[in-house]
Design a protein around this ligand. Structure first.
Ligand code: GLP
Length: 240
């Protein structure tokens, strides 16, 4: 695992935006996997400023809440439109999401897996991490080594996502669809960004050498092209 530590979150975000931009320059038809969450907002802001050409790229978002249609203002789809897709030149047909409002959710997960395969697999997958070590919506203790699946969210994760729901964890849907660890580990390259002290314990646990479902992020130790981009606060508990 390569580790890069920056002075603060803004610098770390700029570094990740540069990595995405460089990927698109080297390989304009890249297939990108993208996260949501507060950490990603600064990355997308900088990416929009850098303005790489997205016209041939395909993107697949990691996850979506069950029950929220794409146009729902609190869906991850709407989040991504606001922060990135409305601001870059990516054709709508090249933007791929899990549909949390699909009637048959198992079929929707299978469709999504199939779409990733048809696109040629993920070239670069960008990840955030939850304070409890979750990746996408692969929660601690769940059967994480799975393909895209339906996941039940922990209270901690619903709290962490409450920002999108007027600060009220009870309004956060209790379930989501998420790329599984199997899908994630099949990406050719992975970049994980973590900033702030609240992520320091998760970073230490994922770097401990043990691969355990208790810390889904620890599965990344099984991949041979992972770059961790941290700020000093997130790196503060880990021996790097
Ligand atoms: C959500 C997303 C994750 C993301 C996490 C971290 O739970 N499903 O993909 O990594 O939030 O969010 P934040 O950056 O807001 O801490």
């Amino acid at each position: 695992m390569k580790v890069r530590v920056f002075g603060d979150g803004a610098e770390a975000s700029r570094a990740v935006a540069r990595l995405i931009s460089r990927q698109l320059e080297l390989q304009p038809a890249s297939v990108l996997g993208l996260p949501t969450g507060r950490t990603s907002v600064a990355v997308y802001q900088e990416l929009v400023r850098l303005g790489p050409d997205f016209s041939r790229a395909h993107t697949f978002n990691l996850d979506e809440f069950v029950g929220l249609p794409a146009r729902h203002r609190r869906s991850f789809h709407a989040f991504m439109d606001r922060h990135l897709f409305c601001r870059v030149n990516i054709p709508a047909r090249q933007v791929h999401f899990l549909n949390g409002a699909a009637t048959d959710l198992a079929a929707e997960c299978a469709r999504f897996e199939h779409a990733i395969t048809r696109a040629g697999g993920l070239d670069l997958l960008v990840l955030g991490v939850g304070a409890n070590g979750h990746i996408g919506f692969n929660e601690p203790g769940s059967a994480v080594f799975a393909p895209t699946h339906r996941a039940r969210l922990t209270l901690a994760t619903r709290r962490a996502n409450a920002g999108l729901f007027a600060g009220r964890p009870s309004l956060v849907p209790p379930e989501a669809l998420s790329m599984g660890m199997r899908t994630i580990l099949a990406a050719r390259a992975i970049v994980l960004i973590a900033t702030g002290r609240s992520k320091a314990r998760a970073i230490r646990a994922m770097r401990s050498g043990r691969v355990t479902p208790t810390v889904p992020a620890s599965f990344l130790q099984l991949h041979d092209d992972v770059t961790l981009v941290l700020d000093r606060a997130a790196a503060s508990h880990a021996s790097l």
